[in-house]
Design a protein around this ligand. Structure first.
Ligand SMILES: [Fe+2]
Ligand SMILES: [Fe+2]
Length: 332
């Protein structure tokens, strides 16, 4: 029985190591892109930190008699950010702002990942794993706060850079709105998928209600876009691309209990991506003097924040359910 619990903790450790390796690479790529030097150095420093994190995790895994997986694991696949930078065709400064949004969401995903690891380890009374998970979680929180601290300035600079190319403020704003609407549409689909896979009525209702809320969000955004003389495009959004969602999820082979935890971690990352997306949109609206769109962005942002909080509270219970199931399987 105990062996199975300890093996499951080692599996969480392996997933976490693979995810940190992935973040190390993605952040290094981000650090070289664009033109906002302070953003680039921040992201490069976060990459170096991710390296020390997986090294510490690897040392602990070795002490526990495990070895890291060779291939990419589930969590790394789920949070596959790398292809992003190649796909975005916007301005150099905008690229930096987008990388900040993705990094903010990644830091949130990692905070959730360490919540899972710490919870799993405490079920197995592995104090050393709990302790490292909490330390690394604090480091992710630190990245999250640092990114937040420069996000508005980066969004403002990106917007000014577009205007400097001779673009009209209203047209740039319309493009941002289109991108946001496309992202919300893909999030709605994803939330409906999560609600179908939910293992209990709390999670199911949470996802379902937010899917409904999400639909109202893009309807509001679309009507604002129309007032500005635009129409919602059918193009895929950069943010939807960034998270590389739906197709990956379909391929995952872990059991349904683990999957519920993963869906919650992913949902937490997405809601945080949205919080950053609306922060950036609000700043651009403020500069453009569009108070109405700014107010809309900030009111939607509140819904994303509230959802992120609700999702967070369900992560540890989901991990405990997954761990209890493995215990029961071992006893059978
Ligand atoms: Fe949303
Ligand atoms: Fe949302």
């Amino acid at each position: 029985m105990t062996d199975t619990i300890q093996e499951r903790i080692n599996q969480y450790l392996k997933d976490t190591i693979a995810a940190e390796r992935n973040f190390e690479n993605a952040l290094a790529t981000f650090g070289k892109a664009g033109e906002q030097t302070p953003v680039q150095s921040m992201l490069s420093a976060a990459s170096a930190k991710a390296k020390t994190q997986h090294e510490r995790l690897e040392a602990l895994l070795a002490k526990r008699g495990g070895t890291p997986s060779e291939g990419k694991t589930l969590l790394a696949e789920m949070l596959a950010f790398t292809p992003l930078s190649a796909q975005i065709g916007q301005g150099a400064a905008e690229k930096n702002t987008q990388h900040l949004m993705v990094t903010f969401a990644a830091a949130a995903a990692e905070m959730a990942m360490y919540e899972s690891l710490a919870t799993a380890a405490s079920v197995g009374n592995s104090e050393d794993v709990v302790s490292l998970a909490r330390t690394l979680q604090k480091e992710e929180r630190d990245d999250y706060d640092q990114v937040w601290g420069v996000l508005r300035a980066s969004a403002a600079d990106s917007f000014q850079a577009e205007l400097a190319k001779g673009k009209v403020a209203k047209d740039v704003l319309k493009v941002y709105l289109e991108d946001t609407i496309a992202a919300e549409k893909s999030f709605e689909t994803q939330l409906l998928g999560f609600s179908k896979e939910a293992g209990n009525s709390t999670d199911q209702q949470l996802f379902q209600q937010h899917a409904q809320e999400t639909k109202e969000q893009y309807l509001q955004l679309s009507s604002r876009l129309e007032q500005l003389g635009g129409s919602a495009s059918t193009l895929k959004s950069m943010l939807a691309h960034a998270f590389n969602f739906a197709p990956k999820i379909a391929q995952l082979g872990h059991d349904e209990y683990e999957r519920q935890t993963q869906n919650l971690m992913m949902a937490f990352a997405v809601e945080n991506a949205e919080v950053a997306m609306y922060e950036s949109l609000a700043e651009v609206c403020r500069i453009a003097g569009d108070a109405e769109t700014e107010a809309l962005a900030l009111s939607i942002q509140e819904q994303e924040r509230a959802t992120a909080d609700k999702v967070w509270k369900q992560i540890a219970p989901a991990v405990r359910r997954a761990m209890t199931t493995s215990r029961m399987n071992a006893m059978a």
